[in-house]
Design a binder for this molecule. Structure first.
Ligand code: EPU
Length: 358
């Protein structure tokens, strides 16, 4: 494990900003991560734990130690006729894990195909797409407390999963490093070939994609392929255009707020929150809330396709802010502020960024 100095962070995050880290280290095993915590002198400086860097906007150099988690390994444990538990190390590439599971016929993660980032980052903001949130599939999260070095394993309920929200973004924020995550997945072999009841196909664009491809009885690899096709079409590839996926969260409103807004904006789309989610009973806290697509609010305010220099709003999905090349973090923040301002004055809704701003 090498401690490096003055390292450019451009290759290690997807927004592609030209920023530097004062120190940088990339532990490749769980033991190396734990060993790192023994160097107390090192961790007295600001610490940034980095996975795939796909949900971060850097506005300046990082004057501290960047720890890029690179630990790998996936283990499968047979539970019973219907379920397996898959445990992956934090540094595994997220989509590599999804592919691993789909290839072996373990169902549950296929809707989360092609999301950038690492396994260790997935539980932190409870990544979600096409009707599934990762929290619905997580059995436990194993982490180490940075200050004490004490390791703990949290059950699903202890993680307090909500929409792009968890305990790791609240009381445990910046205090822990996730070491490994265990998922509980269904074996497709436990179902008859014609039974697709375990698939999550509520989401319109995925159903339409499968229909267009003429697939009437999809399997999990068909769902993975459909999700990949839709994502490739709608979202910019960070390898060619810098971005961090959705920049804002979709606002969640009460039913009263919704009906008030619908009187003025009858065309406003909305979805019930938690309608089809599969969390253990104890993990669901709030009901009777609705989610409004922030993309629609932003588009209504005329921002779709906006560009100022190399900073802009992606024309295909206005929820995504982009760096066409040489934009810096402050130029993105400037657009963010203007969007928040105009959505607020038109709809009275305050958009919250979903990316971490440093
Ligand atoms: N919409 C518009 N104009 C557009 C695009 C979308 O008005 O140009 C409206 C439409 O009403 C559309 C709705 O937005 O039906 C939803 O759009 P989309 O299906 O693209 O999903 P999203 O709500 O914008 C969320 C996640 C994405 C995830 C998709 C698919 C958040 C913040 N974002 O986006 O996650 O891939 O659903 O499930 O919840 C991410 O977190 O980085 C991310 C990409």
């Amino acid at each position: 494990m090498h401690l490096e100095q003055k390292i450019p962070l451009k290759p290690f995050h997807t927004f592609g900003m030209n920023v530097m880290a004062r120190y940088f280290v990339g532990p490749t095993t769980r033991d190396e991560i734990l060993a790192l915590l023994h160097y107390r002198s090192m961790i007295r400086m600001p610490l940034l734990i980095l996975g795939g860097g796909s949900n971060i906007l850097f506005t300046k150099d990082f004057d501290g130690l960047v720890v890029r988690i690179c630990s790998t390994g996936i283990e499968v444990r047979d539970i019973d006729r219907e379920f397996v538990e898959v445990t992956a190390q934090a540094g595994e590439r997220w989509d590599g894990l999804v592919q691993f599971c789909v290839e072996r016929g373990y169902a549950g993660l296929e809707n989360l195909s092609l999301i950038p980032g690492t396994v260790g980052a997935a539980p932190i903001q409870n990544i979600g797409a096409y009707g599934v949130e990762v929290g619905e599939r997580i059995e436990s999260v194993h982490f180490v407390d940075i200050a004490t070095g004490i390791q703990r394993r949290f059950t699903n309920a202890q993680c307090d999963f909500g929409y792009r929200d968890t305990i790791f973004k609240k009381s445990l924020k910046d205090g822990i490093i996730i070491l490994e995550v265990t998922f509980r997945l269904r074996k497709t072999s436990a179902f008859s070939p014609s039974d697709t009841s375990f698939l999550k196909l509520d989401y319109g664009p995925i159903r339409e994609e499968l229909k267009e491809q003429g697939i009437l009885r999809p399997g999990i690899s068909d769902v993975r392929d459909a999700v990949c096709a839709v994502r490739r079409r709608k979202l910019p590839d960070p390898d060619s255009i810098g971005n961090a996926g959705s920049f804002f969260k979709n606002p969640i409103l009460s039913e009263e707020q919704l009906s008030f807004l619908l009187e003025q904006f009858p065309a406003m789309p909305w979805h019930p929150e938690h309608a089809h989610k599969e969390y253990p009973e104890t993990a669901i806290k709030e009901k009777a809330k609705v989610k409004i697509p922030a993309a629609w609010l932003i588009e209504q305010c005329g921002w779709k396709g906006y560009r100022n220099g190399d900073a802009g709003v992606y024309p295909g999905q206005p929820l995504v802010l982009v760096n066409y090349g040489t934009a810096n973090g402050l130029q993105i923040i400037d657009i963010m502020d203007q969007i928040i301002q105009s959505v607020s004055s038109r709809f009275g809704i305050i958009l919250e960024p979903e990316v971490i701003i440093l």
